[in-house]
Design a protein around this ligand. Structure first.
Ligand SMILES: Nc1ncnc2c1ncn2[C@@H]1O[C@H](COP(=O)(O)OP(=O)(O)OP(=O)(O)O)[C@@H](O)[C@H]1O
Ligand SMILES: Nc1ncnc2c1ncn2[C@@H]1O[C@H](COP(=O)(O)OP(=O)(O)OP(=O)(O)O)[C@@H](O)[C@H]1O
Ligand SMILES: [Mg+2]
Ligand SMILES: [Mg+2]
Lengths: 259, 259
Protein backbone atom coordinates (compact mmCIF):
# COMPACT_ATOMS: atom_id res chain seq x y z
CA UNK A 1 0.00 0.00 0.00
CA UNK A 2 1.55 3.24 -1.14
CA UNK A 3 2.20 6.04 1.30
CA UNK A 4 0.89 9.53 0.46
CA UNK A 5 3.16 12.38 1.65
CA UNK A 6 2.22 16.08 1.35
CA UNK A 7 5.24 18.37 0.91
CA UNK A 8 3.87 21.57 2.45
CA UNK A 9 4.82 24.92 3.96
CA UNK A 10 2.91 28.16 3.40
CA UNK A 11 6.18 30.12 3.51
CA UNK A 12 7.30 30.77 -0.01
CA UNK A 13 10.58 29.67 -1.55
CA UNK A 14 11.69 27.25 1.18
CA UNK A 15 12.42 24.25 -1.09
CA UNK A 16 9.05 22.46 -1.46
CA UNK A 17 9.33 21.90 -5.21
CA UNK A 18 13.08 21.19 -5.11
CA UNK A 19 12.42 18.56 -2.43
CA UNK A 20 9.37 17.09 -4.25
CA UNK A 21 11.27 16.64 -7.51
CA UNK A 22 14.57 15.41 -6.07
CA UNK A 23 13.22 13.18 -3.30
CA UNK A 24 10.84 11.57 -5.85
CA UNK A 25 13.72 10.99 -8.25
CA UNK A 26 15.97 9.60 -5.50
CA UNK A 27 13.26 7.19 -4.33
CA UNK A 28 12.80 6.09 -7.95
CA UNK A 29 16.56 5.58 -8.26
CA UNK A 30 16.20 3.22 -5.26
CA UNK A 31 13.66 1.27 -7.36
CA UNK A 32 10.59 2.51 -5.47
CA UNK A 33 7.49 3.20 -7.59
CA UNK A 34 6.79 6.91 -7.13
CA UNK A 35 4.07 9.33 -8.24
CA UNK A 36 4.80 13.06 -8.01
CA UNK A 37 1.59 15.13 -7.88
CA UNK A 38 1.97 18.81 -8.81
CA UNK A 39 -0.73 20.68 -6.86
CA UNK A 40 0.68 24.18 -7.38
CA UNK A 41 -0.71 26.49 -10.13
CA UNK A 42 2.89 27.67 -10.65
CA UNK A 43 3.45 24.16 -12.08
CA UNK A 44 7.14 24.25 -11.10
CA UNK A 45 7.34 20.50 -10.39
CA UNK A 46 5.95 19.94 -13.90
CA UNK A 47 8.41 22.27 -15.69
CA UNK A 48 11.26 21.21 -13.40
CA UNK A 49 10.89 17.72 -14.89
CA UNK A 50 10.82 19.15 -18.40
CA UNK A 51 7.06 19.08 -19.11
CA UNK A 52 5.20 22.08 -20.53
CA UNK A 53 1.48 21.47 -21.00
CA UNK A 54 -0.61 23.18 -23.66
CA UNK A 55 -4.05 24.50 -22.67
CA UNK A 56 -6.38 21.54 -23.00
CA UNK A 57 -3.87 18.76 -22.25
CA UNK A 58 -5.00 16.57 -19.32
CA UNK A 59 -3.64 17.85 -16.00
CA UNK A 60 -4.60 17.62 -12.34
CA UNK A 61 -7.20 20.39 -12.71
CA UNK A 62 -9.11 18.33 -15.32
CA UNK A 63 -8.79 15.26 -13.12
CA UNK A 64 -10.08 17.06 -10.00
CA UNK A 65 -12.99 18.55 -11.94
CA UNK A 66 -13.77 15.06 -13.28
CA UNK A 67 -13.24 16.05 -16.93
CA UNK A 68 -10.70 13.23 -17.47
CA UNK A 69 -9.70 10.01 -15.71
CA UNK A 70 -6.47 10.24 -13.71
CA UNK A 71 -4.77 7.65 -15.96
CA UNK A 72 -5.16 9.97 -18.94
CA UNK A 73 -3.11 12.64 -17.15
CA UNK A 74 -0.20 10.54 -15.79
CA UNK A 75 3.18 11.05 -17.47
CA UNK A 76 6.20 8.73 -17.58
CA UNK A 77 9.57 10.41 -16.86
CA UNK A 78 13.29 9.76 -17.51
CA UNK A 79 13.25 7.42 -14.49
CA UNK A 80 11.44 4.14 -15.09
CA UNK A 81 9.56 4.06 -11.78
CA UNK A 82 8.79 7.78 -11.49
CA UNK A 83 5.49 9.17 -12.86
CA UNK A 84 4.12 12.71 -12.76
CA UNK A 85 0.57 14.04 -12.41
CA UNK A 86 1.22 17.50 -13.94
CA UNK A 87 -0.35 20.91 -13.23
CA UNK A 88 -1.42 23.85 -15.38
CA UNK A 89 -1.77 27.51 -14.30
CA UNK A 90 -5.59 27.32 -14.54
CA UNK A 91 -5.45 25.12 -11.41
CA UNK A 92 -5.56 28.47 -9.59
CA UNK A 93 -9.26 28.72 -10.48
CA UNK A 94 -10.10 25.57 -8.51
CA UNK A 95 -10.05 27.18 -5.07
CA UNK A 96 -12.80 29.67 -5.99
CA UNK A 97 -14.76 27.02 -7.90
CA UNK A 98 -14.73 24.66 -4.89
CA UNK A 99 -16.18 27.45 -2.68
CA UNK A 100 -18.82 28.41 -5.22
CA UNK A 101 -20.05 24.93 -6.15
CA UNK A 102 -19.44 22.67 -3.15
CA UNK A 103 -20.59 22.35 0.42
CA UNK A 104 -18.03 23.20 3.13
CA UNK A 105 -17.41 19.55 4.07
CA UNK A 106 -16.80 18.41 0.47
CA UNK A 107 -14.25 21.00 -0.63
CA UNK A 108 -11.16 19.41 0.93
CA UNK A 109 -11.97 15.80 -0.05
CA UNK A 110 -11.51 15.95 -3.83
CA UNK A 111 -7.85 14.92 -4.06
CA UNK A 112 -8.26 12.08 -1.55
CA UNK A 113 -10.93 10.50 -3.75
CA UNK A 114 -8.67 10.74 -6.84
CA UNK A 115 -5.56 9.29 -5.17
CA UNK A 116 -7.20 6.42 -3.24
CA UNK A 117 -7.22 3.96 -6.20
CA UNK A 118 -3.59 4.79 -7.03
CA UNK A 119 -2.19 3.62 -3.67
CA UNK A 120 -1.74 0.05 -4.82
CA UNK A 121 0.25 1.05 -7.92
CA UNK A 122 2.86 3.22 -6.15
CA UNK A 123 5.08 2.86 -3.08
CA UNK A 124 5.18 6.63 -2.51
CA UNK A 125 2.90 9.44 -3.71
CA UNK A 126 4.42 12.90 -3.08
CA UNK A 127 2.27 16.04 -3.40
CA UNK A 128 4.04 19.38 -4.10
CA UNK A 129 1.90 22.10 -2.44
CA UNK A 130 1.58 25.84 -3.24
CA UNK A 131 2.82 28.48 -0.76
CA UNK A 132 -0.49 28.95 1.09
CA UNK A 133 -2.86 27.23 3.51
CA UNK A 134 -5.80 27.50 1.12
CA UNK A 135 -8.06 24.77 -0.29
CA UNK A 136 -5.37 23.21 -2.51
CA UNK A 137 -3.05 22.58 0.47
CA UNK A 138 -6.05 21.48 2.58
CA UNK A 139 -6.87 18.90 -0.12
CA UNK A 140 -3.29 17.62 0.11
CA UNK A 141 -3.35 17.45 3.94
CA UNK A 142 -6.67 15.59 3.79
CA UNK A 143 -5.42 13.07 1.22
CA UNK A 144 -2.05 12.49 2.89
CA UNK A 145 -0.84 9.92 5.45
CA UNK A 146 1.93 12.32 6.50
CA UNK A 147 3.42 15.77 5.97
CA UNK A 148 7.02 16.53 5.03
CA UNK A 149 7.82 20.18 5.93
CA UNK A 150 10.80 21.80 4.16
CA UNK A 151 12.10 24.75 6.19
CA UNK A 152 14.71 27.23 5.02
CA UNK A 153 17.06 28.05 7.91
CA UNK A 154 16.00 31.69 8.04
CA UNK A 155 13.91 33.81 10.37
CA UNK A 156 10.61 34.17 8.44
CA UNK A 157 10.56 30.46 7.55
CA UNK A 158 10.96 29.48 11.20
CA UNK A 159 8.23 31.87 12.27
CA UNK A 160 5.62 30.28 10.01
CA UNK A 161 6.24 26.78 11.38
CA UNK A 162 3.90 27.22 14.34
CA UNK A 163 0.99 28.28 12.15
CA UNK A 164 1.51 25.30 9.83
CA UNK A 165 1.53 22.91 12.77
CA UNK A 166 -1.73 24.44 14.03
CA UNK A 167 -3.31 23.83 10.63
CA UNK A 168 -2.07 20.22 10.62
CA UNK A 169 -3.61 19.80 14.07
CA UNK A 170 -6.95 21.13 12.84
CA UNK A 171 -6.98 18.81 9.81
CA UNK A 172 -6.19 15.91 12.15
CA UNK A 173 -9.17 16.83 14.37
CA UNK A 174 -11.55 17.03 11.42
CA UNK A 175 -11.06 15.56 7.93
CA UNK A 176 -7.97 13.36 8.47
CA UNK A 177 -7.38 11.91 11.98
CA UNK A 178 -4.60 9.63 10.64
CA UNK A 179 -2.37 12.53 9.46
CA UNK A 180 1.17 12.22 10.92
CA UNK A 181 4.47 14.11 10.59
CA UNK A 182 6.88 12.57 8.11
CA UNK A 183 9.42 15.11 9.28
CA UNK A 184 10.85 18.61 9.11
CA UNK A 185 13.62 18.97 6.52
CA UNK A 186 16.22 21.74 6.96
CA UNK A 187 16.87 23.23 3.50
CA UNK A 188 19.42 25.63 2.00
CA UNK A 189 21.55 25.28 5.12
CA UNK A 190 24.85 27.17 5.21
CA UNK A 191 27.14 26.27 8.08
CA UNK A 192 29.21 29.38 7.46
CA UNK A 193 26.45 31.72 8.66
CA UNK A 194 25.43 32.23 12.28
CA UNK A 195 21.77 32.65 11.26
CA UNK A 196 21.55 29.25 9.54
CA UNK A 197 23.24 27.49 12.48
CA UNK A 198 21.05 29.32 15.03
CA UNK A 199 17.78 28.54 13.22
CA UNK A 200 18.81 24.87 12.75
CA UNK A 201 19.60 24.52 16.47
CA UNK A 202 16.37 26.23 17.46
CA UNK A 203 14.23 23.95 15.25
CA UNK A 204 16.05 20.78 16.37
CA UNK A 205 15.73 21.92 19.98
CA UNK A 206 11.97 22.37 19.70
CA UNK A 207 11.07 19.48 17.42
CA UNK A 208 13.82 16.90 18.21
CA UNK A 209 12.97 13.54 16.63
CA UNK A 210 10.62 15.11 14.11
CA UNK A 211 13.56 16.68 12.24
CA UNK A 212 15.29 14.56 9.58
CA UNK A 213 18.94 13.80 10.29
CA UNK A 214 19.64 14.60 6.64
CA UNK A 215 19.89 18.31 5.86
CA UNK A 216 20.00 19.87 2.38
CA UNK A 217 22.87 22.35 1.93
CA UNK A 218 22.62 25.38 -0.35
CA UNK A 219 24.05 24.03 -3.61
CA UNK A 220 24.03 25.77 -6.99
CA UNK A 221 23.39 22.52 -8.93
CA UNK A 222 19.96 22.30 -7.22
CA UNK A 223 18.91 25.65 -8.65
CA UNK A 224 20.45 24.95 -12.06
CA UNK A 225 18.86 21.53 -12.65
CA UNK A 226 15.23 22.69 -13.20
CA UNK A 227 16.34 24.88 -16.11
CA UNK A 228 17.51 21.64 -17.79
CA UNK A 229 14.21 19.88 -16.99
CA UNK A 230 16.03 17.21 -14.99
CA UNK A 231 16.24 16.17 -11.35
CA UNK A 232 19.67 16.92 -9.88
CA UNK A 233 20.40 13.15 -9.78
CA UNK A 234 20.50 13.14 -13.58
CA UNK A 235 21.91 16.66 -14.05
CA UNK A 236 24.81 16.38 -11.59
CA UNK A 237 24.85 13.16 -9.56
CA UNK A 238 28.14 13.89 -7.77
CA UNK A 239 26.95 17.30 -6.47
CA UNK A 240 26.34 17.89 -2.76
CA UNK A 241 22.68 18.56 -3.62
CA UNK A 242 22.19 15.20 -5.34
CA UNK A 243 24.03 13.34 -2.58
CA UNK A 244 21.85 15.02 0.10
CA UNK A 245 18.59 13.96 -1.55
CA UNK A 246 19.86 10.37 -2.07
CA UNK A 247 20.67 10.32 1.65
CA UNK A 248 17.19 11.68 2.45
CA UNK A 249 15.58 8.94 0.34
CA UNK A 250 17.57 6.34 2.30
CA UNK A 251 16.48 7.84 5.61
CA UNK A 252 12.83 7.96 4.51
CA UNK A 253 12.91 4.32 3.36
CA UNK A 254 14.52 3.21 6.62
CA UNK A 255 11.98 5.14 8.74
CA UNK A 256 9.09 3.62 6.84
CA UNK A 257 10.42 0.05 6.91
CA UNK A 258 10.78 -0.06 10.67
CA UNK A 259 7.18 0.95 11.21
CA UNK B 1 -1.31 62.81 -3.76
CA UNK B 2 0.33 59.63 -2.56
CA UNK B 3 1.29 56.85 -4.94
CA UNK B 4 0.07 53.31 -4.20
CA UNK B 5 2.55 50.58 -5.21
CA UNK B 6 1.76 46.84 -4.97
CA UNK B 7 4.84 44.68 -4.30
CA UNK B 8 3.74 41.44 -5.94
CA UNK B 9 4.96 38.13 -7.35
CA UNK B 10 3.15 34.79 -6.94
CA UNK B 11 6.52 32.97 -6.79
CA UNK B 12 7.39 32.36 -3.20
CA UNK B 13 10.48 33.60 -1.41
CA UNK B 14 11.69 36.10 -4.04
CA UNK B 15 12.09 39.10 -1.73
CA UNK B 16 8.63 40.76 -1.63
CA UNK B 17 8.60 41.32 2.13
CA UNK B 18 12.31 42.20 2.34
CA UNK B 19 11.74 44.79 -0.40
CA UNK B 20 8.50 46.13 1.15
CA UNK B 21 10.12 46.64 4.57
CA UNK B 22 13.45 48.04 3.39
CA UNK B 23 12.23 50.21 0.54
CA UNK B 24 9.60 51.70 2.86
CA UNK B 25 12.25 52.40 5.49
CA UNK B 26 14.64 53.90 2.93
CA UNK B 27 11.92 56.19 1.54
CA UNK B 28 11.12 57.27 5.12
CA UNK B 29 14.84 57.95 5.72
CA UNK B 30 14.60 60.28 2.69
CA UNK B 31 11.83 62.12 4.57
CA UNK B 32 8.95 60.74 2.47
CA UNK B 33 5.74 59.93 4.35
CA UNK B 34 5.24 56.18 3.83
CA UNK B 35 2.54 53.64 4.73
CA UNK B 36 3.47 49.95 4.56
CA UNK B 37 0.37 47.74 4.17
CA UNK B 38 0.84 44.07 5.13
CA UNK B 39 -1.61 42.10 2.98
CA UNK B 40 -0.09 38.65 3.63
CA UNK B 41 -1.59 36.29 6.26
CA UNK B 42 2.01 35.27 7.06
CA UNK B 43 2.30 38.80 8.53
CA UNK B 44 6.05 38.86 7.83
CA UNK B 45 6.14 42.63 7.15
CA UNK B 46 4.45 43.11 10.54
CA UNK B 47 6.87 40.90 12.50
CA UNK B 48 9.82 42.08 10.44
CA UNK B 49 9.20 45.54 11.91
CA UNK B 50 8.91 44.10 15.40
CA UNK B 51 5.11 44.00 15.81
CA UNK B 52 3.28 40.91 17.10
CA UNK B 53 -0.48 41.37 17.27
CA UNK B 54 -2.70 39.56 19.75
CA UNK B 55 -5.98 38.09 18.51
CA UNK B 56 -8.46 40.94 18.64
CA UNK B 57 -6.04 43.82 18.08
CA UNK B 58 -7.03 45.95 15.09
CA UNK B 59 -5.36 44.76 11.87
CA UNK B 60 -6.03 44.95 8.14
CA UNK B 61 -8.52 42.06 8.31
CA UNK B 62 -10.72 44.02 10.75
CA UNK B 63 -10.40 47.12 8.59
CA UNK B 64 -11.34 45.27 5.37
CA UNK B 65 -14.32 43.64 7.09
CA UNK B 66 -15.36 47.10 8.35
CA UNK B 67 -15.08 46.11 12.04
CA UNK B 68 -12.71 49.05 12.76
CA UNK B 69 -11.71 52.33 11.08
CA UNK B 70 -8.34 52.25 9.36
CA UNK B 71 -6.95 54.90 11.72
CA UNK B 72 -7.47 52.55 14.66
CA UNK B 73 -5.16 49.99 13.03
CA UNK B 74 -2.25 52.22 11.91
CA UNK B 75 1.01 51.86 13.86
CA UNK B 76 3.90 54.30 14.21
CA UNK B 77 7.40 52.78 13.76
CA UNK B 78 11.03 53.59 14.69
CA UNK B 79 11.12 55.92 11.69
CA UNK B 80 9.14 59.13 12.13
CA UNK B 81 7.51 59.15 8.69
CA UNK B 82 6.91 55.38 8.35
CA UNK B 83 3.58 53.86 9.44
CA UNK B 84 2.40 50.25 9.24
CA UNK B 85 -1.04 48.77 8.61
CA UNK B 86 -0.37 45.34 10.19
CA UNK B 87 -1.72 41.88 9.38
CA UNK B 88 -2.82 38.87 11.44
CA UNK B 89 -2.93 35.22 10.33
CA UNK B 90 -6.76 35.21 10.27
CA UNK B 91 -6.47 37.43 7.17
CA UNK B 92 -6.29 34.08 5.34
CA UNK B 93 -10.04 33.65 5.94
CA UNK B 94 -10.86 36.79 3.91
CA UNK B 95 -10.46 35.17 0.48
CA UNK B 96 -13.16 32.56 1.18
CA UNK B 97 -15.39 35.12 2.92
CA UNK B 98 -15.22 37.48 -0.07
CA UNK B 99 -16.35 34.64 -2.39
CA UNK B 100 -19.14 33.56 -0.04
CA UNK B 101 -20.59 36.99 0.77
CA UNK B 102 -19.86 39.27 -2.17
CA UNK B 103 -20.75 39.54 -5.84
CA UNK B 104 -17.93 38.82 -8.33
CA UNK B 105 -17.41 42.51 -9.23
CA UNK B 106 -17.16 43.67 -5.60
CA UNK B 107 -14.57 41.17 -4.29
CA UNK B 108 -11.45 42.92 -5.60
CA UNK B 109 -12.50 46.48 -4.68
CA UNK B 110 -12.33 46.34 -0.89
CA UNK B 111 -8.74 47.54 -0.38
CA UNK B 112 -9.08 50.35 -2.92
CA UNK B 113 -11.98 51.81 -0.93
CA UNK B 114 -9.97 51.66 2.32
CA UNK B 115 -6.80 53.26 0.89
CA UNK B 116 -8.42 56.06 -1.15
CA UNK B 117 -8.79 58.50 1.78
CA UNK B 118 -5.19 57.83 2.90
CA UNK B 119 -3.60 59.06 -0.35
CA UNK B 120 -3.39 62.67 0.82
CA UNK B 121 -1.61 61.75 4.07
CA UNK B 122 1.22 59.70 2.53
CA UNK B 123 3.67 60.16 -0.35
CA UNK B 124 3.97 56.38 -0.90
CA UNK B 125 1.74 53.49 0.12
CA UNK B 126 3.47 50.10 -0.39
CA UNK B 127 1.44 46.86 -0.24
CA UNK B 128 3.29 43.60 0.61
CA UNK B 129 1.44 40.80 -1.21
CA UNK B 130 1.21 37.06 -0.43
CA UNK B 131 2.75 34.46 -2.81
CA UNK B 132 -0.37 33.86 -4.91
CA UNK B 133 -2.63 35.48 -7.51
CA UNK B 134 -5.73 35.07 -5.35
CA UNK B 135 -8.21 37.68 -4.14
CA UNK B 136 -5.77 39.37 -1.71
CA UNK B 137 -3.28 40.09 -4.49
CA UNK B 138 -6.13 41.07 -6.85
CA UNK B 139 -7.27 43.59 -4.23
CA UNK B 140 -3.75 45.03 -4.18
CA UNK B 141 -3.51 45.22 -7.99
CA UNK B 142 -6.93 46.92 -8.11
CA UNK B 143 -5.98 49.48 -5.46
CA UNK B 144 -2.51 50.24 -6.86
CA UNK B 145 -1.23 52.85 -9.30
CA UNK B 146 1.71 50.58 -10.13
CA UNK B 147 3.31 47.20 -9.49
CA UNK B 148 6.85 46.61 -8.28
CA UNK B 149 7.88 43.01 -9.09
CA UNK B 150 10.77 41.51 -7.08
CA UNK B 151 12.36 38.61 -8.99
CA UNK B 152 14.99 36.25 -7.63
CA UNK B 153 17.61 35.55 -10.31
CA UNK B 154 16.73 31.86 -10.51
CA UNK B 155 14.93 29.66 -13.04
CA UNK B 156 11.52 29.15 -11.36
CA UNK B 157 11.23 32.85 -10.48
CA UNK B 158 11.86 33.86 -14.10
CA UNK B 159 9.33 31.33 -15.38
CA UNK B 160 6.48 32.81 -13.33
CA UNK B 161 7.04 36.35 -14.66
CA UNK B 162 4.95 35.79 -17.80
CA UNK B 163 1.94 34.60 -15.83
CA UNK B 164 2.14 37.61 -13.48
CA UNK B 165 2.29 40.00 -16.43
CA UNK B 166 -0.79 38.32 -17.92
CA UNK B 167 -2.66 38.85 -14.65
CA UNK B 168 -1.59 42.52 -14.55
CA UNK B 169 -2.87 42.87 -18.12
CA UNK B 170 -6.23 41.39 -17.17
CA UNK B 171 -6.60 43.70 -14.13
CA UNK B 172 -5.76 46.64 -16.40
CA UNK B 173 -8.51 45.61 -18.86
CA UNK B 174 -11.11 45.28 -16.11
CA UNK B 175 -10.95 46.78 -12.59
CA UNK B 176 -7.94 49.12 -12.87
CA UNK B 177 -7.13 50.59 -16.32
CA UNK B 178 -4.58 53.00 -14.78
CA UNK B 179 -2.32 50.19 -13.44
CA UNK B 180 1.31 50.68 -14.61
CA UNK B 181 4.64 48.93 -14.01
CA UNK B 182 6.79 50.57 -11.34
CA UNK B 183 9.51 48.13 -12.33
CA UNK B 184 11.08 44.69 -12.03
CA UNK B 185 13.65 44.46 -9.23
CA UNK B 186 16.39 41.81 -9.46
CA UNK B 187 16.83 40.34 -5.95
CA UNK B 188 19.36 38.05 -4.27
CA UNK B 189 21.71 38.49 -7.19
CA UNK B 190 25.10 36.76 -7.02
CA UNK B 191 27.58 37.77 -9.68
CA UNK B 192 29.74 34.73 -8.89
CA UNK B 193 27.17 32.29 -10.31
CA UNK B 194 26.48 31.74 -14.01
CA UNK B 195 22.75 31.16 -13.27
CA UNK B 196 22.27 34.53 -11.62
CA UNK B 197 24.10 36.37 -14.40
CA UNK B 198 22.21 34.46 -17.12
CA UNK B 199 18.78 35.10 -15.58
CA UNK B 200 19.60 38.79 -15.02
CA UNK B 201 20.67 39.20 -18.66
CA UNK B 202 17.59 37.35 -19.92
CA UNK B 203 15.19 39.53 -17.88
CA UNK B 204 16.95 42.77 -18.86
CA UNK B 205 16.96 41.64 -22.48
CA UNK B 206 13.20 41.03 -22.50
CA UNK B 207 12.00 43.87 -20.28
CA UNK B 208 14.68 46.56 -20.85
CA UNK B 209 13.60 49.89 -19.35
CA UNK B 210 11.08 48.21 -17.03
CA UNK B 211 13.94 46.77 -14.94
CA UNK B 212 15.35 48.95 -12.15
CA UNK B 213 19.00 49.86 -12.58
CA UNK B 214 19.47 49.08 -8.88
CA UNK B 215 19.82 45.38 -8.08
CA UNK B 216 19.72 43.82 -4.60
CA UNK B 217 22.67 41.47 -3.92
CA UNK B 218 22.37 38.42 -1.66
CA UNK B 219 23.48 39.84 1.71
CA UNK B 220 23.27 38.08 5.07
CA UNK B 221 22.33 41.31 6.95
CA UNK B 222 19.04 41.38 4.99
CA UNK B 223 18.03 37.99 6.33
CA UNK B 224 19.26 38.74 9.85
CA UNK B 225 17.50 42.09 10.32
CA UNK B 226 13.89 40.77 10.57
CA UNK B 227 14.86 38.62 13.56
CA UNK B 228 15.73 41.90 15.32
CA UNK B 229 12.43 43.52 14.26
CA UNK B 230 14.29 46.27 12.41
CA UNK B 231 14.74 47.34 8.80
CA UNK B 232 18.30 46.75 7.61
CA UNK B 233 18.87 50.53 7.55
CA UNK B 234 18.67 50.57 11.36
CA UNK B 235 20.19 47.10 11.94
CA UNK B 236 23.26 47.50 9.72
CA UNK B 237 23.32 50.73 7.71
CA UNK B 238 26.77 50.13 6.16
CA UNK B 239 25.84 46.69 4.77
CA UNK B 240 25.54 46.06 1.02
CA UNK B 241 21.87 45.25 1.58
CA UNK B 242 21.10 48.56 3.27
CA UNK B 243 23.06 50.52 0.65
CA UNK B 244 21.17 48.76 -2.18
CA UNK B 245 17.74 49.66 -0.79
CA UNK B 246 18.82 53.28 -0.18
CA UNK B 247 19.91 53.40 -3.82
CA UNK B 248 16.57 51.88 -4.89
CA UNK B 249 14.68 54.54 -2.92
CA UNK B 250 16.70 57.23 -4.71
CA UNK B 251 15.94 55.68 -8.10
CA UNK B 252 12.23 55.41 -7.29
CA UNK B 253 12.05 59.04 -6.15
CA UNK B 254 13.87 60.23 -9.27
CA UNK B 255 11.59 58.20 -11.58
CA UNK B 256 8.49 59.60 -9.91
CA UNK B 257 9.65 63.22 -9.87
CA UNK B 258 10.28 63.36 -13.60
CA UNK B 259 6.79 62.20 -14.41
N1 LIG C 1 19.31 23.51 -1.41
C1 LIG C 1 19.22 24.46 -2.34
N2 LIG C 1 20.34 25.07 -2.77
C2 LIG C 1 20.26 26.07 -3.69
N3 LIG C 1 19.11 26.53 -4.24
C3 LIG C 1 17.97 25.94 -3.86
C4 LIG C 1 17.94 24.88 -2.91
N4 LIG C 1 16.65 24.49 -2.74
C5 LIG C 1 15.91 25.28 -3.54
N5 LIG C 1 16.69 26.15 -4.22
C6 LIG C 1 16.27 27.21 -5.14
O1 LIG C 1 15.59 28.18 -4.34
C7 LIG C 1 14.40 28.61 -4.98
C8 LIG C 1 13.20 28.22 -4.11
O2 LIG C 1 13.06 26.82 -4.06
P1 LIG C 1 11.68 26.11 -4.49
O3 LIG C 1 11.11 26.77 -5.67
O4 LIG C 1 11.92 24.66 -4.52
O5 LIG C 1 10.83 26.50 -3.19
P2 LIG C 1 9.26 26.34 -3.01
O6 LIG C 1 9.03 26.26 -1.55
O7 LIG C 1 8.75 25.26 -3.86
O8 LIG C 1 8.73 27.76 -3.58
P3 LIG C 1 7.17 28.18 -3.74
O9 LIG C 1 6.78 28.62 -2.36
O10 LIG C 1 7.19 29.30 -4.73
O11 LIG C 1 6.44 26.97 -4.22
C9 LIG C 1 14.38 27.95 -6.35
O12 LIG C 1 14.91 28.86 -7.28
C10 LIG C 1 15.30 26.74 -6.18
O13 LIG C 1 15.94 26.41 -7.38
N1 LIG D 1 18.91 40.14 -0.86
C1 LIG D 1 18.77 39.20 0.07
N2 LIG D 1 19.88 38.63 0.58
C2 LIG D 1 19.78 37.63 1.49
N3 LIG D 1 18.62 37.14 1.95
C3 LIG D 1 17.48 37.67 1.48
C4 LIG D 1 17.48 38.72 0.53
N4 LIG D 1 16.20 39.05 0.25
C5 LIG D 1 15.43 38.22 0.99
N5 LIG D 1 16.20 37.41 1.74
C6 LIG D 1 15.76 36.31 2.62
O1 LIG D 1 15.18 35.32 1.77
C7 LIG D 1 13.95 34.84 2.31
C8 LIG D 1 12.82 35.19 1.36
O2 LIG D 1 12.62 36.57 1.31
P1 LIG D 1 11.19 37.22 1.60
O3 LIG D 1 10.55 36.54 2.74
O4 LIG D 1 11.36 38.67 1.65
O5 LIG D 1 10.46 36.82 0.25
P2 LIG D 1 8.91 36.88 -0.07
O6 LIG D 1 8.78 36.97 -1.53
O7 LIG D 1 8.28 37.96 0.74
O8 LIG D 1 8.39 35.45 0.46
P3 LIG D 1 6.85 34.97 0.49
O9 LIG D 1 6.59 34.53 -0.92
O10 LIG D 1 6.82 33.83 1.49
O11 LIG D 1 6.03 36.14 0.91
C9 LIG D 1 13.81 35.50 3.68
O12 LIG D 1 14.30 34.60 4.66
C10 LIG D 1 14.68 36.75 3.60
O13 LIG D 1 15.21 37.11 4.84
MG1 LIG E 1 7.15 25.29 -5.23
MG1 LIG F 1 6.57 37.83 1.99
Amino acid sequence: MGKIIAVANQKGGVGKTTTSINLSASLAAARRRVLLVDLDPQANATSGLGFFLDEGEPDIYRVLTRQVQVDAALRATDLATLHLLPACPHLAALEVELVEHMEFGERALQLREILAPLRERFDFILIDCPPSLGLLTLNALTAADSVLIPVQTEYFAMEGLGRLMNTIGRVRESANPALEYEGVLLCMTDDRTVLSRQVSEEIRGHLESRVFETTIPRNIRLSESPSHGKPVLIYSVASKGAQAYLQLADELIRLNQSQ
